[in-house]
Design a binder for this molecule. Structure first.
Ligand code: G6P
Length: 614
C-alpha cells in the first residue's frame, strides 16, 4: 500500500505530482506529502489526511521546480500524523525519500543509528531507511546510488523508494523489492509511480522495475538499471501500455465504485472476448492450453486469495468441482503460509488477485513454488508482481478498478475461472459436448443479463433508504450463492461500516438465528435452483422471528414474493453463473446505503486497495 510518484523533466513537478497522487489514493489515504527540489533546495510539504489536504497547503501552481516526489500513505508504523507523513529527510537534510513497503528490521537498524547519534522525528521505518543510507554514504564517501545499494543489502522487508540528494541536482534514484515501481519514459522526462496511472497522459512507455533492482534517473540520458545483488547494470524492456485516460477517470459517475459496477457487462464481455468461441464450440486460453497436462494430471487444485478474490475463489470451487470433477480447496492466502501445508509437485495452485500485488497472496505463491507446485495466476493488473511470479496465468480484462471496494474484479474473476473450468472439463471429457455448448451459450448471454440486473438500481435505492440506519445485517445464500452472501456482507461493512455477516443459509440455525428480531434485515439469495425449497424454509424461520427479508430471487418467482418484505428479481440463468447476477443488487445496495450515510465510498476508512504488507 501507499502510493509513490516522482518526476524529473521540463514540466512543473508540483501539479503533476499532486494529480498523480490523487490517482494513487486508492492505495492509502492516511497522509500525503510532497518534496520539490531545485538548486540544492528542498521544499517539503506534508500533512495528515488526503491529497486534497496537501493541495490546500500551498499555491502549488506557482511552484516552478521540475523535480519532485509525492507520497500518499496507508499507515503501518506510526499513527497517521504530519510527522509520520512522507517524504522523510535524513538528519543532515541532504537526502529526501519516499517509501512504499515495510522495513521489517527497522528497530535493530534504528538502535544502531541512535547509537551513532542520529535523531528521529517520526515513528516510521522509512525515516530509519533514509538515515541508514546517509550513514552508509557518510562512512564510505559513496555516491547516492552506491550508498543506497549498500544500505538496502542490510534491509529486511519490502520497498519501492525514490530518493534524492541535494548534492546531486539532477538525479533521482529509485529501487524496488516486493512493492511495485514503474518508470514512465518520456522525451527527456521521467515519471516514477506505483502504477502507470499518474503518467499515462504523458507517455505510454514504461519500464517496470524488477525486485532487487535500482535505477539511476537523470534527465539527459536514459535510466541506468542496476542489479543490487550482482552489482551489474542490466538491460530493460520498455512496455507499450494500453491503459487509457478514460479508464482511470470517473466518466460522469459520482463515484468510481458506481462506474465500476456499471462497467460489468463490458468487463465480463472483454474477459471472455477472444477466448469464448461460441460458433466453433471452443475455449482458447493460452495459459491453460500450454499447461493442460498439469490441470489434467493433478489430483487437486488449491486456490489462494484474499478478500473479494477469495470469495471469487469460493465460487470457482463450486464450478470447478462440478464441471471438472477435481477436488478444490480454497485457502486464505494469509493462512496458507503459516500452517505448513502439504503441497507437492503434483499440485496445481491458482492465485487470484485483482491488483496482483497482495503480499499475502504473493507469499503463498512463493511457498507453493518452493514446494514444487505449478502456480497459475488470475490477475487484473497487467505486468503486476503476481502475474510475473506465477508459472502461467490468465488476465481478467476488467480494466482499472479504482474504487477500494472490489466489484467488477469479482465478476470477471468468476468469468475467467468459469472459462478455465470449461476448457479443462472439455479436455477431460468430464462434461458432454452438448453440456459444454449449453454452458458456453449461456455464458455469452451473461453481459446482457447483467445489464438487466443493473436496471434494478432505483428499486435498490428505495430499499437502501429503508435500511440505512440499521446497525447489523445478515446475508444468507446456499451453494454457489453462499460466497455471494459473504461478498455482499463484505461490501456493506467495507463502505458503510455497518456490521454484516454472510452465512450459508442452512448454518443460520446453528447460531446466527439468535440475532434475529424485528431490527435485523436478512438478505437472502433465493434463486430458483438447487436448494430453493430449503431456502424458502429458512426464510420462514426468519419471518417467524420477525426478521426483515430482502430476497434476491429469479425473475417470475411467486413463492418468496409472498413471504419477503422486499423482492429483487434477477434474470434466470444457470446455477453456476447465478453469482454473476445475484451479486449486482448486493453491490448496489451497499453503494446506496454508504452514499446515504455520507460515507466516502471510494476510499473507505482504514482500507487500501492494494495491500502490500503481510
Ligand atoms: C484489499 C482490498 C479488497 C481486495 C483484497 C485482495 O483488502 O480492499 O478489495 O479484495 O485486498 O486484493 P487483490 O488485489 O489481491 O484481489
Amino acid at each position: 500500500m501507499c502510493g509513490i510518484v516522482g518526476y524529473m523533466g521540463h514540466r512543473k513537478a508540483a501539479p503533476l505530482v499532486l494529480k498523480g497522487l490523487q490517482r494513487l489514493e486508492y492505495r492509502g489515504y492516511d497522509s500525503a506529502g510532497m518534496a520539490l527540489y531545485e538548486n540544492q533546495v528542498v521544499s517539503l510539504y506534508k500533512t495528515q489526511g488526503k491529497v486534497a489536504d496537501l493541495a490546500a497547503l500551498s499555491n502549488f501552481k506557482d511552484a516552478n521546480q521540475s523535480i519532485g516526489m509525492g507520497h500518499t500513505r496507508w499507515a503501518t508504523h506510526g499513527v497517521p500524523s504530519d510527522a509520520n507523513a512522507h517524504p522523510h529527510s535524513s538528519n543532515s537534510g541532504e537526502l529526501t525519500l519516499i517509501h512504499n513497503g515495510i522495513i521489517e528490521n527497522y528497530e535493530a537498524l534504528k538502535k544502531l543509528l541512535v547509537g551513532k547519534g542520529y535523531v528521529f522525528h517520526s515513528d516510521t521505518d522509512t525515516e530509519v531507511l533514509v538515515n541508514l543510507i546517509e550513514e552508509v554514504q557518510k562512512s564510505h564517501q559513496y555516491q547516492l546510488g552506491k550508498a543506497l545499494q549498500v544500505a538496502l543489502s542490510q534491509v529486511v522487508g519490502a520497498y519501492a523508494i525514490v530518493v534524492f540528494d541535494t548534492k546531486k541536482t539532477d538525479e533521482l534514484v529509485v529501487a524496488k523489492l516486493g512493492s511495485p515501481l514503474a518508470i514512465g519514459m518520456g522525451d527527456h522526462e521521467y515519471f516514477i509511480a506505483s502504477d502507470a496511472s499518474p503518467f499515462i497522459e504523458y507517455t505510454n512507455k514504461a519500464v517496470y522495475l524488477e525486485d532487487h533492482q535500482l535505477a539511476i534517473i537523470k534527465q539527459d540520458r536514459p535510466p541506468k538499471i542496476l542489479s543490487i545483488a550482482t552489482d551489474t547494470f542490466t538491460d530493460y524492456y520498455i512496455q507499450e501500455l494500453e491503459l487509457s485516460l478514460d479508464a482511470i477517470e470517473k466518466g460522469g459517475y459520482k463515484h468510481f465504485m458506481l462506474k465500476e459496477i456499471y462497467e460489468q457487462p463490458r468487463a465480463i464481455k472483454d474477459t471472455y472476448r477472444g477466448r469464448l468461441l461460441v460458433e466453433e464450440g471452443l475455449i482458447k486460453m493460452a495459459g491453460v492450453e500450454e499447461h493442460l497436462d498439469k490441470f489434467l494430471n493433478t489430483k487437486r487444485i488449491i486456490i489462494v486469495a484474499c478478500g473479494t478474490s477469495w470469495h471469487a475463489g469460493l465460487v470457482a470451487e463450486y464450478i470447478l468441482e462440478d464441471l471438472v470433477r477435481i477436488p478444490v480447496e480454497v485457502e486464505y492466502a494469509s493462512e496458507f503460509k503459516y500452517r505448513n501445508p502439504v503441497i507437492s509437485n503434483q499440485d496445481v495452485v491458482i492465485a487470484i488477485s485483482q491488483s496482483g500485488e497482495t503480499a499475502d497472496t504473493l507469499a503463498a505463491i512463493k511457498l507453493a513454488k518452493e514446494k514444487g507446485a505449478f502456480v497459475f495466476g488470475v490477475c487484473n493488473v497487467v505486468g503486476s508482481t503476481i502475474s510475473r511470479a506465477t508459472d502461467a496465468g490468465a488476465y481478467t480484462h476488467a480494466g482499472p478498478e479504482i474504487g477500494v471496494a472490489s466489484t467488477k474484479a469479482f465478476t470477471t474473476q468468476i468469468t475467467v475461472m468459469s472459462l478455465m473450468a470449461l476448457r479443462i472439463a472439455m479436455a477431460k471429457e468430464s462434461i458432454s459436448v452438448a453440456q459444454f455448448k449449453e454452458i458456453v451459450n449461456e455464458l455469452e448471454l451473461i453481459p446482457q443479463k447483467v445489464e438487466i440486473a443493473l436496471l434494478l438500481n432505483q428499486r435498490i435505492l428505495e430499499i437502501a433508504h429503508t435500511y440505512k440506519t440499521k446497525h447489523n445485517c445478515l446475508y444468507l445464500g446456499r451453494g454457489v450463492n453462499f460466497p455471494v452472501a459473504l461478498e455482499g456482507a463484505l461490501k456493506l461493512k467495507e463502505i458503510s461500516y455497518i456490521h454484516a455477516e454472510g452465512y450459508p443459509a442452512a448454518e443460520m440455525k446453528h447460531g446466527p438465528i439468535a440475532l434475529i428480531d424485528e431490527n435485523m434485515p436478512v438478505i437472502v439469495v433465493a434463486i430458483n435452483k438447487g436448494y430453493y425449497d430449503k431456502t424458502v424454509s429458512n426464510i420462514q424461520e426468519i419471518i417467524s422471528r420477525k426478521g426483515k427479508i430482502i430476497a434476491i430471487v429469479t425473475e417470475g418467482d411467486t413463492t418468496v414474493k409472498e413471504l419477503a418484505d422486499h423482492v429483487i428479481e434477477v434474470p434466470e440463468t444457470m446455477e453456476c453463473f447465478s453469482p454473476l447476477l445475484t451479486t449486482i443488487p448486493l453491490q448496489l445496495l451497499s453503494y446506496h446505503i454508504a452514499v446515504l450515510l455520507n460515507k466516502n465510498v471510494d476510499q473507505p476508512r482504514n482500507l487500501a486497495k492494494s495491500v502490500t504488507v503481510e
